[in-house]
Ligand binder design. Structure first.
Ligand code: IVH
Length: 682
């Protein structure tokens, strides 16, 4: 055999193939990428160019030779009825123009062509098969020809139609319809899910994309059902009744069938495309899901098809990527925060860096295991990502840039605030400061106690809480009710009016219902929903405190972890003192114990309500409580099961959705009429 010397460029080509294979694996198989999409794209393009120059090196197994990745062995395989293609990318207006020039040369009709412009959703591609209108099976993209069959997992996505059309006046379903869409988790749902995990002392997820992809590729669909996955559909793969002639009509057709479709723009020419690009780039920040660009598609699908395919990407569409919300900067130091429940969480202090117009100085590091798994060290250059409203987070270190001046981090053994030792509970990833007297916890506890969904003490912000704690006027939440006017007047910035207002607000909070007081105590895992269940079950704090684990666990919605947390809370001497003080200060609301037999007779029993927009006469929490007291359920998103959507000023997309699904919409006036007819019994 003859060994040929290979050039530096050829070696680089091979290295890139190797690296991209590895990053494909991290991204698609274990859903745990260590480089950003932008970097991946950059390497990919460099490889394409090198392979163009040295075609002999373009091996069959090069990462450029396939659109996705091999389906995992763990799932059955499902062949796609047509290839599930990917998209070429453009990173600038020049590249967009170059694309248009290229395809215009192939077919001059492009010049007069219209376009559709859609958000490029950052999730997992799914392919859904419907037979005579019934969802029959579904798959991931896999290697573009064959995907992993994940039918049962897909069924758990509440927004995915199990039958089409969803609405009675929709068009008749074709005998066979295969559509393609993107499954993902919205940013608010993602944050809520992580907050609940923190409350239970469990490990949080790093980002919505990988959480969505990871959960859909889980073998146990009951675990998938627990994730707040959602879906948007944007393409017809096969339709036995024939396809609509344009992309815009395709989206309209899908919408009429009851599929959730993305928002889109019709652009009659290139100028409109550029305007729409600008619009989406600024809109990006306000969306409640992550997008990393927009997809521009030739509207005329016959023309698009004539243009053909290069590699695995059709020429008739292109993804325009926005500048990434990912940057690298130096991680100067790892510090820790002490939360309300004593949970200790690490965060990164960064050399300030701008991401999307915002200067970022700190980023979350999730938990100590994350730092260890990613081998993040103080002094490392790290990749930081910022998406929408989510707190910026550290993705991982850029190990190639290490200089030797980086230091491994060990989790603290003592609370950074009170210096007591920290503890780890069995089965939880978090570390806790268990000293109930810790000042950090005291401040967070009081902040929580006075917050809007809890005792709602207006005018008692974080600054005043800190001031009261530092001056030694409050050592726990019950001390708030012992504050007197003379003490307050000695504080910086307190005049008579401010002192009286504060004392008035504290006094008023004594009339808050029991559910709010239970929420306010800040027991691990006990949020508004659990608190309201406990309030109607026990009627007062004494009964709750005396409940055995057995009794607690038998209440629907209360799992063993929450039951233990409740019992632990009531067993702590410091908390008993708080309870006694609350009682002597007359902060002792009671509730009627709700007999489950009576629940059925409540006027709004079993009705599902969604609230959107701002109401004049009620805060969200108030209205929610009132509706619940009438037997209704208040849920976060609109679905076919929703009975009423209450619409205030500046409603969100839930209003649109309600109209689409033909769900009864109530204005505030109509809502009040409903309440009044309930009260008057007509
Ligand atoms: S069209 C031939 N439209 O982006 C049609 N793709 O980088 C190709 N994606 O694998 C897909 N939003 O999973 C299309 N509105 C959208 C999209 C979209 C997200 C994903 C899709 C594809 C990837 C390409």
């Amino acid at each position: 055999m003859v060994f040929m010397e290979i050039t530096q460029e050829q070696q680089r080509l091979r290295d890139l193939q190797e690296q991209l294979r590895y990053h494909n694996y991290r991204y698609y198989i274990i859903n745990d990428p260590v480089i950003s999409d932008l970097e991946f794209d950059r390497y990919y393009r460099e490889l394409l160019e090198l392979e163009d120059k040295y075609p002999d090196f373009k091996t069959q197994d090069s990462p450029t030779q396939r659109a996705g990745t091999q389906p995992s062995e763990a799932f059955a395989r499902l062949a796609h009825p047509a290839p599930i293609l990917s998209l070429d990318n453009a990173f600038s207006a020049q590249e967009l123009n170059a694309w248009l020039d290229r395809i215009n040369k192939l077919d001059p009709r492009v010049e007069r062509s219209a376009f559709s412009l859609e958000p490029k959703l950052d999730g997992l591609t799914v392919v859904l098969h419907y037979e005579n209108g019934i969802f029959a099976r579904g798959a991931t993209r896999g290697n573009s020809e064959v995907g992993e069959e994940i039918t049962e997992n897909l069924r758990t996505i509440r927004t995915m139609p199990l039958r089409i059309p969803q609405n009675p006046d929709g068009p008749p379903p074709p005998e066979y319809l295969v559509v393609r869409g993107e499954a993902f988790i919205t940013l608010p749902d993602f944050e809520k899910m992580n907050e609940e995990l923190i409350a239970r002392g469990e490990r949080t997820y790093v980002n919505p994309r990988n959480t969505a992809a990871g959960s859909l590729r889980q073998l146990d669909s009951s675990l998938v059902a627990k994730k707040p996955l959602t879906l948007l559909v944007y393409q017809i793969v096969v339709n036995s009744d024939g396809n609509p002639p344009t992309q815009i009509e395709t989206l309209e057709y899908l919408e009429m069938m009851g599929f959730p479709v993305p928002d889109y723009d019709f652009c009659s020419n290139l100028e409109n495309v550029i305007e729409s690009l600008d619009k989406w780039e600024s809109l990006k920040e306000t969306l409640d899901y992550e997008i990393d660009g927009v997809v521009i598609k030739i509207n005329d699908l016959e023309l698009a098809e004539t243009l053909g395919i290069v590699g695995k990407a059709p020429r008739g569409a292109i993804a325009f990527k926005f500048p990434a919300q990912i940057v690298t900067t130096k991680l100067e130091k790892i510090k820790v925060n002490v939360g309300r429940t004593g949970v200790i969480t690490p965060y990164a202090v960064l050399t300030p860096v701008e991401i999307g117009g915002v200067t970022v100085k700190q980023a979350t590091l999730h938990n100590f295991d994350f730092i260890k798994e990613k081998d993040i060290r103080e002094g490392d250059r790290v990749m930081i990502k910022r998406a929408g409203e989510v707190i910026p987070y550290v993705m991982g270190p850029v190990k190639d840039l290490r200089t030797g001046n980086e230091y491994e981090f060990s989790p603290p053994k003592f609370c950074p605030v009170c210096k007591e030792s920290v503890e780890h509970f069995k089965g939880e990833v978090a570390w806790y400061c268990v000293n109930a007297g810790c000042e950090a916890q005291l401040i967070r506890n009081i902040e929580h106690f006075v917050s809007r969904p809890a005792m709602d003490i207006v005018g008692l912000g974080i600054k005043i809480v800190e001031q009261l704690a530092q001056e030694g006027l409050i050592q726990n939440v019950s001390d708030l009710y012992q504050l007197n006017r003379d003490e307050l007047l000695t504080l910086d910035g307190f005049g008579e009016k401010k002192a009286d207002n504060l004392l008035g607000a504290i006094q008023l909070s004594k009339t808050q219902p029991l559910a709010r007081l239970i929420t306010a105590l800040g027991i691990r895992g006990v949020g508004e929903v659990v608190a309201s269940t406990l309030a109607s079950h026990f009627g007062d704090l004494n009964a709750l405190g005396n409940a055995s684990l057995d009794v607690l666990e038998n209440i629907p919605g209360i799992g063993p972890n929450i039951a233990v947390a409740i019992q632990d809370w009531f067993l702590k001497a410091a908390n008993l003192k708080i309870l006694i003080n609350l009682k002597t200060s007359d902060v002792w609301p009671t509730n009627e114990i709700v007999d489950q037999n009576l629940v059925e007779n409540q006027p709004l029993n079993g009705k599902n309500f969604v609230i959107t927009g701002t109401l004049e006469g009620y805060s969200r929490t108030e209205l929610k409580e009132y509706l619940q007291s009438l037997g209704a359920r208040v849920i976060g998103s609109v679905s076919a099961k929703t009975d009423y959507v209450v619409v205030g000023a500046n409603p969100g997309s839930k209003f649109e959705k309600a109209r689409e699904l033909g769900i009864s919409v109530l204005s505030e006036i109509e809502l009040n009429q409903l309440f009044s007819s309930i009260i008057h019994g007509n």
